[in-house]
Design a protein around this ligand. Sequence first.
Ligand SMILES: *Cc1c(COP(=O)(O)O)cnc(C)c1O
Length: 421
Amino acid sequence: MTARDTDNGNGSDESRRIARAVLPEGLRRETLAVRTALAPSQHGENSEALFLSSGFVQPDSATMARRFANSEDFTYGRTSNPTVRSLEARIAALEGMEAAIATGTGMSAILLLGMGLLKAGDHVICSRSVFGSTINLFAKEFGKFGVRTSFVSQTDLAEWRAALEPATKLLFAETPTNPLTDVCDIRALADIAHDAGALLAVDNSFCSPALQRPAEHGADIVMHSGTKYLDGQGRVMAGSLAGTEKLMKDVFGPVMRTAGMTLAPFNAWVILKGMETLDIRMRAQSANALQVAQWLEQQAAVARVHYPGLASHPQHALAMRQQSGLGGALVSFDLRGTSSEVARANAFHVIDSTRVLSIATNLGDTKSIITHPATTSHGRLTEDQRRAAGIGQGLVRLAVGLEHPLDVVDDLQRGLSTLNT
Ligand SMILES: *Cc1c(COP(=O)(O)O)cnc(C)c1O
């Protein structure tokens, strides 16, 4: 579970020496991304093993009793698994946090966050531009249990401050947002939360720790949809929370054990492997996205391009400070249209004219993905909620992958050059 907990308890001195399970202090993030894991088994496998086992045999009843009582080592698959624990250690190491817990999906990580921290009567402040399902989870599902959520502007700090109540326990932000790439100031939100005795949780799915470490800016909890860039190749679903060891052990661990939003070991193993190329993927995909965004900005049919790497982005300077000088791989753009019906028809035309890009709602893949947020990821919101989030019918979202950026440009050009309006 913890970044430094790299001993699986059965590695002999010899196997540790062979596989260098005990890492020296001060390794850089790129190194931690490929090296952080539990100690290998007695076989000295160089690639972390996949442990598909629901139960774990105990040496004797007294040991079994102790392990169950303290949730230590490995007992039952809902509670812990060595492959999942390797992933948790790797995520914690990259985020620069003490510990992490992996979950079945990104949404179940937010479910775990809420179940662990909140009770009836508590209040949450959340950006109104976060992922659509996140809005529904806070507003509808947690609302059923008496937790109230105020939705505020992603970027106007005064709104966050004004929404504070004595019952406020949690501030939740996602930066950059999906799909408009609005960037919030993590340090400023952390200060607002801490002054009020609340915690700040940040959804870091879009930047990944390769570009942005929210803990460095004061965030208390970092959440991931591992389905996105941590896997990076569009294969499996996963999620995680990272924070202090105390939070993971005392607050989230017990809920996880009881409620069972457990990550499957196979999925953990896939993501563990995906994270080894996270840094180079994020750098290459950010460079490709910047090139596509700069091209889109010059197209007459495009009213506006949303990309933090462009000087025209309203929070460009903040984004460059907070995201290691890179804009990430997600670009959105608004197509012109005399009405929302025309704008939607234009968006559908550009999307349907592509022959290389995938028409899908995922992101974080090596394959570029194009989608229409207003009828997909944000389709379940009311028109009012959508308007508040700034999602128009002419908006197209592009998650740039690893194809040659000029092939992505050509694919967009097919539709842009044949629009009726
Ligand atoms: C996809 C996504 C989620 C939800 O994650 P799942 O793995 O699909 O459950 C949450 N936040 C952001 C920013 C996302 O992109």
